[in-house]
Design a protein around this ligand. Sequence first.
Ligand code: C5P
Length: 239
Amino acid sequence: MNAAAPSARTAAIVPAAGRGERLGPGAPKALRTLAGQPMLLHAVRALAAARSIDLVVVAAPEDGVDEARSILAGLDTEAEIVIVSGGETRQDSVARALLALPADVDVVLVHDAARPLVPPDVVDRVSAAVRGGHDAVIPTLGVVDTIKEVDDGIVIGTLDRSRVHAVQTPQGFARAVLQRAHASSEGSDATDDAGLVERMGVVVHTVAGDEEAFKITRPLDLVLAEAILVRRRASGGVV
Ligand code: C5P
């Protein structure tokens, strides 16, 4: 990455337009509540609490832009908040948010609204690694289960667990690299942004993730998230 101009800013894009069908029927996932507050509010608060983030761009559900705006209006933060309408796929939602970035942003993190409890330290770790010169950085964790490749119910092989990592967000990029990756892979519906960047042959670096940055996908994940928030409240931490 080229040396940043002194005034260059770091933005976080938050794809938040998913329906969350695996959670069961109801409002779009990011607008559902955790400990009485929408998941989106938790996620944006965590990003804005990170020292490295100047601006947050949310890709809201198409029919939830006004709701997202009113949810985030009360957030006490110096970070600028921009809301755009998301797309049909996660990748479309990120692409739309990229279009809304101001010219002075040179580092972009992409963070799933579905990971509302990410500790701000993880956000700053990813930003620092990009600012330090890496074009692409992802937070990862080791896996505890043995991982097998299965085809049609038959085990094809067992992966070496020590070489397998679970990938979280935020994923951080030099802005130009992420924009190029999205421009060259329209319609491919990748599940993460680093996947698009890898296809261009860019080296993707890892930093330590955090168990609390887990993705809320299934009903049991809500139980875990509520328990974490109860513990944070009891210890006087940020919720
Ligand atoms: O579905 P999944 O949990 O993988 O979604 C990851 C993130 O991508 C979620 O925060 C979700 O709101 C977002 N997403 C989006 N636009 C879509 C689909 C998913 O912003 N069309």
